[in-house]
Design a protein around this ligand. Structure first.
Ligand SMILES: [Zn+2]
Length: 432
């Protein structure tokens, strides 16, 4: 309580967004709902307005962004929601050299990398912080998504992370003002739609085509839905691939366009209050939709349809606007009445033959969403990208790539192998 009146200086949005740091009340990380703990073994710097580019500034800007995001989601999710790990979610603000960030169920991890004379800390960007926190929130709300072997489910997790970054930024009044000044609420590129500008610039130095020209990803884009099987395994940022971060842009764009339509409909001039209200409404519809979804193979369409079906109870204008945004994106079809053709749930364990993966007679057990073809394609993609860790010295048919983060592992169970996810890796992949 002694810090109740203290103020800290914090980024409003990404350090590369052009928006300056602002004064914010010192956050209480140990808040009763969705509590957090940062760098547990170190004494935090006393709350104060520190100079940008100091460790103490980075601590408080991270604490402020994470607490703001967790408080936002705490107001949306059921009041009994807990982190998957239970208790406070540990955050490691600087886990060593890498241009990366991840969520592994036991906490959030951020890193640093020196490039062209400057050091980029991924844990300094509210966009990256609130994206990773989004993975943890979605895992708390819908834990079954974590191990599901499907491209679309993995991409949905990434989309939720980006949506978390956008909605958390919109909790700050100056950010809402900047968005309205820049776009008037229309679906146009802005500080808010551009995600992780600073990390995006660092990624471009390492691999020029791996990020957008002005950010890592932009929720204002022209990508539309294709079944992941029709997409290339990876591609430059300017094209859609089935890689989860790339493919996630279809859903996050559909959601953000819906948000813009909901905000500006019937408004002569969009106000900051109205924008804040719509962010809450859209987040509530999204969380309710994913909670009630049976996680079919077409998860994007199922969540979109559920949002449309429930939206009328919130505001009678919403269903038409949501439907229009998701229709334009190819996520919903014109014929499909929202929530009409309820897809069957396909969640459950599925046994795949190990032979196509070079595992001989050893069967492979995965958690499925959709049929065997979808799971097969997902496993093949993980193998080709070198993303699976195997039991030591076994299964030489599964290659390992020295510079790729292993997101999954194979665990031996009797005579079979089980595919498990280790973490959601933020996937800058600039080195691979
Ligand atoms: Zn992610």
């Amino acid at each position: 309580m002694k810090h109740a009146l203290a103020e800290v200086l914090a980024w409003q949005d990404d350090p590369g967004s052009g928006l300056k740091p602002v004064e914010r009340p010192a956050p209480n990380l140990a808040s009763t709902m969705l509590p957090l703990t940062i760098d547990r073994r170190r004494q935090p710097p006393p709350p104060a307005e520190y100079r940008v580019a100091t460790g103490a500034f980075r601590y408080w800007t991270a604490a402020e962004a994470l607490r703001r995001a967790a408080d936002f989601w705490a107001g949306i999710v059921p009041s009994t929601t807990e982190w998957w790990i239970g208790g406070a979610l540990p955050v490691a603000l600087d886990d060593g050299v890498d241009l990366n960030a991840n969520y592994d169920r036991f906490g959030l991890h951020f890193y640093h990398q020196r490039l062209a004379g400057a050091t980029v800390y991924t844990g300094e960007s509210p966009d990256v912080l609130c994206h990773e926190l989004g993975h943890a929130v979605l895992d708390a709300v819908k834990p079954q998504l974590f191990h599901t072997a499907s491209m679309e489910t993995a991409a949905f997790h990434e989309a939720f992370g980006d949506i978390s970054a956008i909605l958390s930024a919109l909790q700050l009044e100056p950010v809402r003002r900047a968005l309205i000044a820049a776009t008037g609420g229309r679906y146009q590129s802005s500080q808010v739609s551009r995600l992780a500008e600073q990390v995006g610039a660092a990624v471009r130095r390492l691999r020029p085509d791996a990020a957008d020209p002005d950010c890592l990803r932009n929720a204002v884009n022209s990508f539309s839905y294709r079944t992941p099987a029709q997409l290339p395994p990876w591609a430059p940022a300017s094209q859609l691939s089935c890689e989860p971060h790339s493919f996630s842009r279809v859903f996050s764009a559909g959601f953000f366009e819906a948000l813009c339509l909901m905000a500006s409909d019937g408004q002569e001039r969009l106000t900051e209050d109205r924008l804040r209200e719509v962010a809450l409404d859209a987040a509530g519809l999204l969380v309710d939709a994913i909670r009630s979804s049976p996680v079919p193979s077409r998860l994007f369409a199922d969540v979109a349809a559920r949002m449309v079906a429930a939206a009328g109870a919130v505001d009678r204008r919403y269903p038409r606007l949501l439907h229009s945004a998701f229709l334009r994106r190819g996520i919903l079809s014109a014929a499909a009445e929202a929530g009409g053709d309820a897809p069957k749930s396909n969640v459950g364990l599925l046994t795949l033959s190990g032979r196509p993966f070079g595992l001989g007679e050893t069967a492979l057990i995965v958690q499925a969403a959709g049929g065997a073809d979808e799971s097969h394609a997902f496993v093949r993609w993980l193998i080709e990208r070198g993303r699976i860790e195997t039991p030591a010295g076994r299964f030489s048919a599964i290659p390992s790539h020295p510079h790729t983060v292993r997101s999954h592992r194979l665990v031996e169970l009797d005579d079979q192998l089980v595919l498990e996810r280790i973490l959601f890796d933020c996937g800058f992949h600039a080195r691979s």
